[in-house]
Design a protein around this ligand. Sequence first.
Ligand SMILES: Nc1nc2c(c(=O)[nH]1)N[C@H]1C(S)=C(S)[C@@H](COP(=O)(O)O)O[C@H]1N2
Ligand SMILES: [Mo]
Length: 320
Amino acid sequence: MSRFRIPRVPATEITPEHVWMDRRRWLGRAAALGALAGAGPAAFAARADESTGPALEGRTNAEFSVMEKPTSWRDITSYNNFYEFGTDKGDPRRHAGRMVTEPWAVAVEGEVLKPRTFDIDALRKLAPMEERIYRLRCVEAWSMVVPWVGYPLSELLRQVEPTGNARYVTFETALQPEAMPGVGRRIIDWPYVEALRMDEAMHPLTLLVFGLYGKVLPNQNGAPLRLAVPWKYGFKSGKSIVRIRCVEEKPSSSWMVAAPTEYGFYANVNPDVPHPRWSQATERRIGDHILAPRVKTRMFNGYGEQVASLYAGMDLSRDF
Ligand SMILES: Nc1nc2c(c(=O)[nH]1)N[C@H]1C(S)=C(S)[C@@H](COP(=O)(O)O)O[C@H]1N2
Ligand SMILES: [Mo]
């Protein structure tokens, strides 16, 4: 394959900031070289990997970003879950290009004083541009470190002024059957819906994400906007969101409806509470050598200091 590849270093290695910055510059050069690499399907694929949208630059958020080496662009954009496009990890990259992301609007409604439909450009400009890169861990049975570009969801919610009855927030994602080969299969009840408790939704680590690696999000990662909730399992972070609703009653999510004994409302990363069909005590770092030892998963994915207080007094084996 003539497609460029980011050199792989063990992901467990802690990389100092300046090395990471150098690597980003290198990435930019590699992308430019890839674009010059000439004709042929491989060259086309390399360009398809890079978002065609405008750059989304920003500075790294020092408060929340981790120092671990980010997963490569290639791995972040080719090993995905986005069941609307199929259940294989490679399906989203193969098929998501057909999703129409322009124009795009997001309705923010329900128990709010000022319901409003936001155009995607208005949303991109809603919050200050400073410190918008959040390099965060995300975990499932596998894990990555992703340099997301976005801002806290609370910035958007504040604009619509949730009422005192707003105790939960639901996120409904796009349904474009003509572009989504996966929705013909009733694996889950489309559209994909997820939800958070209001205090979780207002937490500064709950991000509305528009880009990664300084680029507009590729479709397979949830263009044009998605959630990132780094202390929860990946499925809580809905991709390609079209509706955000503040509600009073505890909502169900697509996964809770599909398999209630397997997926709870909270889905906090918790090495001590196994999924009914597998242990969640360890994770495989995407990009690590296939024989590299699995990494111990940390409570709240390592964000306990920031979020544990949200769950004080709760039994997390029952409220899983
Ligand atoms: N709309 C939608 N959002 C979704 C999903 C999906 O199937 N559809 N999958 C979820 C799951 S199971 C995971 S693990 C993450 C994966 O995000 P990533 O591919 O960017 O790593 O997206 C979540 N958001
Ligand atoms: Mo997932």
